[in-house]
Design a protein around this ligand. Structure first.
Ligand code: ADP
Length: 191
């Protein structure tokens, strides 16, 4: 894996991997000006707390309307899978909704399911020929996934994805608090 040119940004850091960019930012994902933001949804797709609630509040009712249509067509969204809607009132054109695993004790496929949530989201972005995608830290809020384990999974799944040809040129992780940011920075630094 080629990994070069780590540089400081005013509000984060970025690293070039396979000629693409991984960027870490602190902030609110609903304000991102990218092709798609990813929602850490729950299986109902009917909205919830945390980042899910923030995205629906900022994006307006159109996003929930599209989620309801998806739900009517395919039922609940299993953990590790992803679907896509428009971005409603957000600056992002699309919202990719994925469901991370609920952390139990680490013996219930949690790590594989988390990687799948990131991977399936990136595959959808590629299907839609999107270039820039912003992720929150999936599963590390209400779902209780330890950040020290989740951050390396998030970073390494993006790096693996970059090995394949796709439209996706930049993956951002938008971290809400300093602790999450630091865990992702540590994971990025050991690449
Ligand atoms: P999950 O149920 O997948 O654990 P949560 O929404 O509870 O999802 O938390 C996931 C992560 O998103 C947490 O680290 C939380 O701090 C973070 N988060 C909450 N709101 C925002 C936001 N507006 N932008 C970015 N991250 C957010």
């Amino acid at each position: 894996m080629s990994s070069t040119s780590e540089k400081s940004e005013p509000s984060g850091i970025s690293k070039s991997v396979e000629g693409k960019t991984i960027r870490l930012l602190r902030g609110d994902i609903t304000r991102e000006e990218v092709d798609a933001i990813v929602n850490a949804a729950n299986s109902t797709l009917m909205g919830g707390g945390g980042v899910d609630g923030a995205i629906h509040r900022a994006g307006g009712p159109q996003i929930l309307e599209e989620c309801k249509q998806i739900r009517a067509m395919q039922g609940q969204l299993p953990a590790g899978q992803a679907v896509i809607t428009g971005g409603g009132n957000l600056k992002a054109q699309y919202v990719i909704h994925t469901v991370g695993p609920i952390w139990r004790d680490g013996s219930c496929n949690e790590e594989e399911t988390l990687a799948s949530a990131y991977r399936e989201s990136l595959k959808l972005a590629a299907q839609y020929e999107l270039k820039t995608v912003s992720f929150p830290s999936i599963s590390t809020g209400a779902y209780g996934f330890p950040l020290s384990k989740a951050a390396p999974i998030a970073i390494s799944t993006a790096c693996e994805f970059f090995k394949e040809q796709s439209s996706v040129e930049e993956v951002r992780f938008v971290l809400f608090d300093a602790f999450a940011y630091n865990e992702f920075e540590t994971a990025l630094n050991v690449l």
